[in-house]
Design a protein around this ligand. Structure first.
Ligand code: GDG
Length: 750
């Protein structure tokens, strides 16, 4: 426990941060001990664990409510993370949090399992509080910072932030489902909420279906064009801003759960729990916040019927139900507690014996260690949610079971069901189906249990919370953040470049002049490219080159270059520089290696669907774009391994869905150097989109300009979104060069 910061009136931080996380609750809360002193206690939720390392290394701040009403705190540092507390009054908690968040949005987004209540004063408080969070985030964020806003309590924050700080990169993650339009349309403020969310660059959801529901709602209510995960939102001056709405299934720190489970004292505790329950053959477990979305009543009903019809007996099976207290001042939660406890009491009254209790019911929160011991003790885990964004309990159970035993019964209405397909999947509304699933789980042979759990564990460990947060932040900062249009700084650099005596404009083809397509022979430059290239060719002291990984013949075929364009194919192994002929030379030994290489790759691509090979003068490329990710990975692995042994001296180059092996090493960097010499250029402009273009960016010199097309790490100094921007950039070079020529002519004439 760290000591409490002194309460003050202001909450503006002194410094600013490059990564700001915004959530309703802070990862720490204030705790008052018996002697009245206050301190901060970390609430070790999954989100903190996931973001902590990143927050520490990237100078991060966390904006949120500290869990106590009507108190202001200065920003302070806790365990390496800067904490920016947001003040909420008691009445705001009632209207914004308990009201609009938990009694309007929560039931609406969970398929109206409980009726949502719509109150205008709740909405007004929601707007007011969202504004306060947005203001706090805006003052904590450094110029160009990344801000990651979390969950349904703060859906207006992205728009408010964007309006205040257009320089920020803004992400939003919705932890709960996003409902189908037929349900969403009920919301009196449905347009305002969508607009609020669309202020983000990237909006993350748990399931593919949630992202789809969101995009459909945007189409229905705003009519903005959507394509796949992209939504084009109108921006000032007739421009568009691209927003990405995509699913990022959240997960847990699986290794940390397993580590706890392996501790001897926790295993001992698990044994103790079984003994205290009277050593039943089967322990079934439910762990939920006491919430009407979790289907606790459905689970109890199914269990009760199995006891009543004699399929199960309390001597053999006990159900442990942890129902942790939640939202205890919200109407439907008060009623739910009565309903559940009545059902538990009835069932225990009907079936428990002096030595065996049917349901061991606990309305408490437990320490994580105790939860892990319960998971270890449970033979069958029951997750019967009627609707759930993800359900982390299901993943925690799997992570803990390093013995690979235990059966997970999982509702198909929980997001986790999209990934955890080896669980026994159920429809919780179908009580007979739930009963059958419970009986199947109780009687499942050990071999089958182990097989299923092994597959489940692979899923949970491969996609842990670290993978989740890195993939969200990567998409946010690399993809969604590439702004449309031509950056002003690029225009300035091009003006400067155009003053040189001799300029080389070298352009990659696929992904730079032409969008990527499934069949390489179908690639064509976007409209306007040819005209822009011609304008450059018409200017004195300007040469244009196309540089490609393709064989030169293929490059010529797809790019249809004007005669004056210089060409470099196969990463520079072949060139055509102001001659009608292609230049290339390979020695006999290299030709033999080429044959051996072709035999290996032909065999691999012949046996794996969706892959094919492309012959190049000094090598071969294995393409995997049309294969499933698993098959693509298998093909790449086989190629690497076999050729690594057979032909260890080959040059290997990874691209987007392609791997290339060459008997002669050459890179686009070598190609660019050769072109620079041939053109006698003082300054070079190079544009490319692929990892192979990084070799060209690497040989650029001071005053040269590198332009990366699209997302991803790059050495290039400038970036545009896609090939459709490139003719505009070429046009700018031509304009600037023409202006310089006119200036020079005027000077010569004067
Ligand atoms: C929302 C979405 C989504 C519960 N009781 C105790 C306790 N817990 C822990 C569990 C688990 C967490 O609380 C609950 O997470 P869930 O995912 O199951 O559900 P929600 O609280 O509804 O969470 C949900 C999640 O956000 C993340 O995006 O998956 O769909 O509704 O970690 O272990 N932990 C301790 N004692 C308890 O008594 N220590």
């Amino acid at each position: 426990m760290t000591s409490a910061a002194e309460p003050t009136a202001s909450a503006a931080p002194d410094s600013t941060y490059s990564l700001v996380v915004v959530s309703n609750r802070l990862p720490i809360e204030i705790e008052v001990s018996e002697d009245g002193t206050e301190g901060w206690r970390t609430s070790p939720g999954g989100l903190v664990t996931a973001l902590e390392p990143m927050m520490r290394s990237s100078d991060g701040a966390w904006v949120g409510w500290p869990g106590i009403a009507d108190r202001s705190f200065d920003p302070f540092e806790n365990d390496g993370i800067s904490i920016v507390p947001v003040r909420l009054s008691e009445s705001e908690l009632e209207d914004y949090y308990e009201g609009f968040s938990n009694d309007t949005i929560w039931p609406l987004y969970h398929d109206v399992i409980a009726p949502p209540r719509y109150h205008r004063e709740w909405w007004e408080a929601y707007v007011r509080v969202n504004r306060r969070f947005a203001d706090a985030a805006a003052s904590a964020a450094a110029p160009g910072a990344t801000v990651w806003v979390h969950d349904y309590q703060l859906q207006l924050v992205p728009r408010m932030l964007r309006d205040a700080r257009p320089d920020l990169v803004i992400g939003f993650f919705n932890h709960i489902p996003f409902p189908p339009y037929g349900i969403y349309a009920q919301l009196p403020w449905r347009k305002q909420i969508l607009d609020g969310l669309l202020g983000a660059d990237l909006i993350g959801f748990q399931r593919l279906a949630d992202a789809g529901n969101f995009s459909r709602a945007v189409r229905r209510l705003y009519g903005y064009p959507t394509r796949g995960v992209a939504i084009d939102v109108p921006a000032p001056e007739g421009k568009h801003r691209r927003v990405i709405a995509k699913h990022f299934p959240i997960s847990i720190d699986a290794a940390a759960y397993e580590e706890l489970a392996r501790r001897p004292e926790i295993q001992e505790r698990a044994r103790q729990i079984r003994e205290d329950l009277g050593n039943p053959q089967t322990i079934m477990l439910g762990v939920d916040r006491l919430d009407y979305t979790k289907g606790i009543a459905h689970r109890i009903k199914a269990f009760g019927e199995l006891l009543a019809d004699g399929s199960l007996s309390v001597e053999d099976v006990t159900l442990v139900q942890v129902a942790s207290p939640s939202r205890e001042r919200v109407g439907p939660y008060i009623a739910l507690r009565d309903e559940i406890e009545l059902a538990v009491g009835r069932l225990n009254g009907d079936f428990s014996t002096i030595s065996h209790t049917a349901i061991s019911y606990h309305h408490h929160g437990y320490p994580r260690e105790e939860m892990v011991a319960l998971y270890l003790a449970a033979d069958v885990m029951l997750v019967t949610a009627l609707r759930d964004g993800m359900n982390l309990v299901a993943k925690e159970y799997v992570a803990v079971r390093f013995d690979r035993d235990g059966v997970l019964v999982l509702s198909e209405f929980a997001g986790a069901a999209d990934e955890l397909k080896q669980a026994v999947l159920i429809n919780p509304h179908d009580i007979d189906g739930v009963k059958a699933a419970i009986l199947r789980a109780v009687a499942m042979p050990r071999q089958e249990r182990l097989r299923r759990m092994r597959a489940l564990r692979r899923k949970v460990f491969d996609n842990d919370v670290d993978a989740w947060s890195s993939s969200f932040l990567r998409t946010l900062t690399e993809g969604a953040a590439v702004r449309p249009g031509i950056p002003d700084t690029l225009a300035g650099a091009l003006k400067d470049l155009s003053r040189a005596d001799n300029i080389l404009v070298a352009l990659d083809f696929d992904g730079t002049l032409a969008p990527h397509v499934d069949k390489p022979e179908d690639a064509r430059a976007v409209a306007g490219t040819r005209e822009a290239v011609q304008r450059l060719l018409d200017l004195d002291g300007v040469r244009v080159a196309f540089v490609s990984g393709r064989a030169l013949v293929s490059l010529r075929h797809v790019s249809q270059p004007q005669t004056d364009v210089l060409l470099a194919g196969s990463h520079g192994i072949e060139v055509q520089l102001d001659t009608p002929e292609i230049e290339l030379d390979l020695v006999t030994e290299e030709l033999e290696q080429l044959d051996a290489l072709a035999r290996v790759l032909e065999r691999i691509s012949g046996s794996i669907d969706g892959t094919w090979i492309e012959r190049k003068p000094a090598g071969l490329a294995l393409h995997t774009r049309l294969a499933t990710p698993r098959k693509a990975a298998a093909a790449l692995k086989a190629a690497r391994e076999e050729l690594g042994t057979l032909l260890p001296g080959l040059t290997v180059r990874d691209g987007k869905d392609v791997i290339e092996f060459a008997v002669r090493a050459s890179t686009k960097g070598d190609a660019l150097e050769r072109l620079r010499r041939h053109a006698g250029a003082d300054r070079v402009f190079y544009a490319g989109d692929d990892t192979t273009d990084e070799d060209a960016f690497a040989v650029l010199r001071p005053g040269d300009v590198g332009l990366k097309i699209g997302a991803g790490d790059s050495l290039a100094g400038y970036r545009v979104r896609g090939p459709e921007d490139v003719p505009l950039v070429l046009g700018l070079i031509a304009d600037a060069r023409a202006a310089v020529a006119a200036e020079r002519e005027a000077a010569a004439g004067a």
